[in-house]
Design a protein around this ligand. Structure first.
Ligand SMILES: [Zn+2]
Length: 710
């Protein structure tokens, strides 16, 4: 017996030595097909490949580097778009932007019929959860389909503010994901999106201190730290977990004059990290030695991510006989990982934001091997092997290669996108009858010249960035001047009008706000975003009739527009129309807390306190971050004899948004009446500090009397 055990021991030792040698031999890491595993997809927004430690960067990223060291790290992976929504639509659907149809962050929504990782894995028996860190992936944009849970609860948007800067810190996103994972007993698919490296770069103090001159790297390092607990938890899962980490796009950081992303598609913003690995569960099928990682230089793409997941879980999706128009262009990375190399896969990419918002030339391109071609009025060709920073345009010196690359690009669909939510002739007629537009409307451009090339227009992009910075730091006159100069130079710059309107609004100049957006319409900048914003500002400045006339034909199914239209009806005393509009919104988005809030406010105006209380509490169940719902609930409570509960509700409203004027007013008056003078004073002072000039004069007079102790 003892002898037999000794022999077995020797065999085991021999195997151990052999496998050690075998790992060192190169075929280190491989993944097999296993339907009984979890899948974790982590997308890190605005993540430059060259920032991570494992990619030779200076950020402190031990968690991601650790995954790379035990998995497959792709050194030459690319996204297909340089902004958040189109890029994520490609990752999740495995299709190019012209196939899934999402070309920019605003104005587009993924079609409900589009198959994604969520819809397919759900059908394969996975629980599906998404945990979102930034507004561009709000459920309204269509990526939520197929997810059992789509947690996109972000910080509250500021009043009339810009929704697009709403976000949630990485640690909060991870906490939500961990909570959900902890409640699963079967296999699951979790998608975790963290937004922190996106502008503005404000890492938590500890991380800011480590990178005093480079807050972007501070954000990347902090994000890695925040993701640590998520990866740590996986080893305690009963099943193994396939882990895929990538970025949706990079960040310019000044390369080629681009500070952020969206305009160009140089490697700074197109090249992304891609790490594929597996973390063994607590009940491994066989004791598995810790593999060492593999580094793969083969050209791979985001459209390969979904086929890789499906292959590794053994999903037999080919048998679903997908019609050609929904076929996926990518293929599984499993054979490349096993071999450590493979054939290069040509990659299509585009940057369409400036085309759909500013009328600039559309940017499309293709990477074949290490050659990169960018099709613009001033075309570009780079040899990324010899010139990774894309400093030498070879179009003139190598016309033969340029032609080959152009032909490769033509293998993809190169038609320019139309405007999102294109204005119907009916809408145009309506705008004309309302006096917003004069003569003929310019058709969407088809011919672009060198003057429309984003390389020639980079100063406009820089002015827009500088203006946004000035605005964020409260230098409003500087922001106004910069935006006005942009509009004077390129009157079709849609986003400049919206940004300028917001600055005027914050400056307490509602008339200039509205005039700015009316000027946009006069200049044929008639995209729905402009019309919706104009409608919102008209409502907020009390011009409900004009707002109704504009929004009735503009709102469609847009959540912001429907809220604004409903509010306009409410102000105009048309409660039934208001409630009908909010119910329309609930039909589009059944979990919209703001819709219930507004129904509650309308019911409150009709003094139906019981109904209002039900609606407002429903709103807060769906979204506990609605200061307006707390404000209105406070009024219901105060009106039905529950004063102290009312004060609690208003206090919560102010905690959520310290610019909630109505809540501040109610707190001041009611606390003063209850003899709580000191507390009342604090709210009164806050109110006077922020109340916009020239408005609410009666309320201001009442507040002053409280302060004077009268
Ligand atoms: Zn992004």
């Amino acid at each position: 017996m003892a002898k037999k055990a000794l022999i077995l021991g020797l065999v085991a030792a021999a195997i151990a030595v052999m496998s050690w040698w075998w790992w060192r031999g190169g075929a280190a890491f491989a993944l097999d097909v296993n339907p009984d595993r979890n899948v974790l997809l982590v997308t890190i927004d605005t993540l430059r490949a060259d920032s991570l430690g494992s990619y030779g960067g200076r950020a402190l990223t031990p968690n991601l580097d650790g995954l790379a060291a035990r998995g497959a790290r792709f050194t030459f992976a690319h996204s297909h778009a340089v902004v958040t929504l189109p890029s994520h639509a490609s990752i999740l659907s495995g299709r190019y932007p012209y196939e899934h149809g999402v070309r920019d962050n605003t104005g587009y929504r993924l079609r409900p019929s589009e198959a994604t990782a969520a819809t397919i894995l759900k059908a394969q028996g996975f629980a599906t959860g998404a945990f979102i860190g930034g507004f561009p992936l709000d459920h309204r944009f269509g990526l939520a389909i197929g997810f059992d849970v789509y947690d996109d609860k972000l910080s509250q948007a500021t009043t009339s503010g810009d929704d697009s800067d709403r976000e949630r810190r990485a640690d909060a996103v991870v906490a939500s994901a961990l909570d959900w994972i902890g409640r699963q007993s079967g296999k699951w698919f979790a998608w975790t999106h963290v937004y922190d490296p996106h502008v503005t770069y404000q890492p938590p103090p500890e991380w800011a201190a480590r990178f005093p001159s480079d807050p972007y790297l501070g954000e990347v390092s902090w994000t890695d730290f925040a993701l640590g607990p998520l990866f740590d938890r996986l080893a305690a899962q009963p099943r193994p977990t396939l882990v895929i980490v990538t970025g949706d796009h990079g960040e310019g950081l000044g390369d080629h004059g681009e500070l952020t992303h969206s305009l160009f598609a140089y490697e700074s913003t197109l090249h992304v990290p891609l790490i594929v690995t597996e973390i063994a569960g607590s009940k491994p099928r066989a004791p598995s030695p810790r593999p060492s990682g593999v580094v793969i230089d083969t050209e791979v793409r985001h459209v390969d991510v979904l086929p890789t997941i499906l292959d590794l879980i053994g999903a037999d999706v080919a048998s679903n006989a997908t019609p050609a128009k929904t076929a996926r262009p990518g293929s599984s990375l499993r054979p490349i990982i096993a071999a450590g190399r493979g054939d290069d896969r040509p990659s299509y990419f585009e940057a369409m934001t400036a085309t759909v918002t500013r009328g600039w030339a559309p940017l499309r391109g293709v990477i074949v091997g290490r050659d990169k071609f960018i099709d613009l009025p001033i075309a570009e060709l780079y040899d990324l092997a010899a010139d990774p920073k894309e400093t030498r345009n070879l179009v003139a010196s190598r016309p033969d290669r340029g032609q080959v690359m152009m032909n490769a690009l033509k293998g993809f669909d190169v038609a320019a996108p139309g405007r999102p939510q294109a204005e119907t002739p009916d809408t145009i007629e309506r705008l004309r009858s309302l006096g917003y537009i004069g003569g003929a409307v310019a058709p969407v451009r088809e011919k672009y010249t060198e003057d429309d090339d984003p390389k020639r227009l980079i100063e406009i992009e820089q002015s827009m960035t500088r203006a946004a910075e000035a605005f964020q730091h409260g230098r409003l006159p500087e922001a106004i001047e910069l935006y006005q100069k942009v509009i004077a130079r390129r009157p079709d710059t849609e986003d400049a009008y919206r940004a300028l309107a917001l600055v005027f609004w914050r400056a307490g100049r509602p008339r200039d706000t509205i005039a700015t957006l009316e000027l946009a319409l006069k200049n044929n900048v008639t995209q729905s975003e402009v019309r919706i914003k104009l409608g919102q500002y008209l409502v907020e400045s009390g011009q409900s009739a004009k707002a109704i006339a504009l929004l009735e034909h503009t709102a469609g199914d847009d959540p912001d527009a429907l809220i604004a239209l409903g509010n306009a009806y409410q102000i105009a005393g048309r409660s039934a129309d208001a409630i009908r509009t909010f119910k329309h919104l609930l039909a589009v988005d059944p979990k919209n807390g703001l819709a219930y809030e507004n129904i509650g406010v309308t019911q409150l105006q009709g003094r139906d306190y019981a109904a209002a209380e039900t609606s407002l509490r429903r709103a807060l169940d769906l979204d506990p971050n609605l200061p307006g719902a707390y404000t209105a609930l406070g009024v219901v409570l105060a009106s039905t004899g529950r004063k102290s509960e009312a004060i609690d509700a208003w206090t919560r409203a102010v905690k959520l948004d310290d610019t909630s004027l109505d809540a501040l007013f109610n707190l001041t008056v009611n606390l003063a009446a209850a003899g709580r003078r000191d507390e009342a004073r604090a709210y009164a002072e806050r109110y006077l500090k922020i109340a916009p000039l020239g408005t609410r004069e009666q309320d201001i007079a009442i507040i002053r009397r409280v302060l004077d102790g009268r």
